[in-house]
Design a protein around this ligand. Structure first.
Ligand SMILES: NC(=O)c1ccc[n+]([C@@H]2O[C@H](COP(=O)([O-])OP(=O)(O)OC[C@H]3O[C@@H](n4cnc5c(N)ncnc54)[C@H](O)[C@@H]3O)[C@@H](O)[C@H]2O)c1
Length: 255
């Protein structure tokens, strides 16, 4: 039996075919899942076009994760395609350039607030909006970049990721009694649209392949997508509030 046979998944964050979420959706379909995508605003058409490049064309529902109206409508919009969800993938991140790229001390609250709203609070918002469709055994999976450290140029996005990781633990606490798991994959640097929008991203990816005992390919989202698929599957039934590192082993190394 395929890893995700018979499962229905909501996958956010497909923007281009370089998006981590695109590869999650592709692998999930290859492993037997039915996939519904989300997108928003001017990106909607792009996601619809990319969704047609998946092994099976996937429908796209509108969700700006900062919009109360979209969040309130999400369950009904998804119900046009399925009556339940076995898994939800949070693959969303955004921070204004003014709070990244070495601008930590100059960062202003309004822009920091945007980063935290879109990149951290959104995990709780997405979980609650999806809750009517989730059942015992459902799995929520998100993507982080190891927030225990101060990285070059990541700045307030790193702070937002720390809040995101904490949010996942509180969600694991509050959704666990309903049999819903919440886990994160902490990926190494991958050249996606979001990554390339970080001014000086090369400073983050630089040296990663050399520091990783297993090596690391910044152009290969597959290992990360596989870990997401595994956490969506029934093969981590007693795991929640966890962060699985998919970074070639860098997190475990000293200098
Ligand atoms: N690329 C990396 O090096 C890397 C490493 C670790 C973790 N991550 C995380 O992976 C996730 C996916 O990013 P990616 O690298 O695939 O880049 P990406 O640019 O392909 O995806 C980011 C997605 O966020 C979505 N988004 C932004 N604002 C939104 C909003 N208000 N409502 C709904 N969606 C919104 C965009 O539409 C886009 O699809 C992010 O959480 C990112 O922080 C990326």
């Amino acid at each position: 039996m395929a890893l995700l046979e018979g499962k229905t998944l909501l996958v956010t964050g497909v923007l281009t075919d370089s998006s981590i979420a695109f590869h999650v959706a592709r692998l999930a379909q290859e492993q037997g899942a039915t996939v519904v995508l989300t997108s928003f605003g001017r990106q909607l058409r792009l996601t619809q076009a990319i969704g047609r490049r998946l092994p099976h064309a996937a429908p796209v529902v509108e969700l700006d994760v900062t919009s109360d109206d979209d969040l309130a409508a999400l369950a009904d919009r998804v119900r046009e395609h399925t009556d339940h969800l076995d898994g939800v993938v949070h693959s969303i991140g955004f921070a204004p350039q003014s709070v990244m790229g070495g601008n930590f001390l100059a960062g202003q609250w309004e822009d920091v607030a945007t980063a935290v709203h879109v990149s951290a609070y959104s995990l709780k918002a997405l979980a609650v909006a999806s809750q009517p469709l989730l059942t015992r055994g459902s799995s929520l999976v998100g993507l982080t970049f190891d927030a225990r450290y101060a990285w070059p140029v990541y700045d307030w996005m790193g702070v937002a990721k720390a809040a995101f990781e904490s949010t996942a633990r509180y969600l694991a606490r509050d959704l666990g009694p309903q049999g819903i798991r919440v886990n994160l994959v902490s990926a190494g640097p991958i050249r996606t649209t979001a990554a390339k929008s970080i001014p000086g991203f090369e400073a983050m990816e630089g040296g990663w392949p050399d520091r990783a005992p297993l090596g690391w390919d910044v152009k290969d989202p597959e290992p990360t997508a596989r870990a997401v698929a595994a956490l969506l599957s029934d093969w981590f039934p007693a795991t929640t509030g966890e962060i699985v590192h998919v970074d070639g082993g860098v997190h475990a190394m000293g200098l």
